[in-house]
Design a protein around this ligand. Structure first.
Ligand code: HEC
Length: 129
């Protein structure tokens, strides 16, 4: 009996350990390529929010794009109490920040596949230093 319980606990613990790798299934290199095409003008090549448009927004008193090297996200799109989950980041990219109480300047980005979104998120997460 004890052995069964121990085994069950061990398998459950393994499940927890395995979760983060499942959550960030995207490809960082592919995400980087997309990011440099679609997001760089505001977010900057290294995701610091220092692309030319991003800097112009900040200078104009608009919310600046998030600095992804800090990894401190703001929007909790599914109201689960935790901003910046993978689901939140995907929702912001697909639907824009405005509908979740953020800036209209983080506009919805159209035409991304699930894989593109996973890759972009993997890249964004890789920037946190
Ligand atoms: C026109 C400028 C612009 C472009 C292009 C842009 N963003 Fe943003 N992004 C912003 C701004 C501004 C914010 C901050 C929004 C706020 O504070 O409400 C932001 C915020 C974010 C956030 C943070 C959300 C949070 O909860 O804190 C993520 C993630 C994000 N952008 C991803 C992307 C990705 C991925 C792309 C490209 C596919 C992209 N953005 C393209 C301007 C932009």
């Amino acid at each position: 009996m004890t052995r069964i319980l121990t085994t069950t606990f061990f398998i459950a613990a393994l499940g927890f350990v395995a979760l983060p790798s499942v959550a960030s299934a995207g490809d960082v290199a592919a995400g980087n390529t997309k990011f440099q095409q679609l997001c760089v003008s505001c977010h900057g090549p290294g995701g610091k929010g220092d692309g030319p448009t991003g800097l112009a927004l900040a200078a104009a008193g608009q919310p600046a794009p998030r600095d992804f090297t800090i990894g401190d996200f703001k929007l909790d799109t599914d109201n689960d109490g935790t901003p910046g989950t993978d689901a939140d980041l995907k929702a912001v990219v697909q639907k824009g920040a405005l509908v979740f109480g953020g800036s209209a300047l983080m506009a919805p980005v159209m035409g991304l596949s699930e894989t593109d979104l996973d890759d972009l998120i993997a890249f964004i997460r890789s920037l946190k230093g």
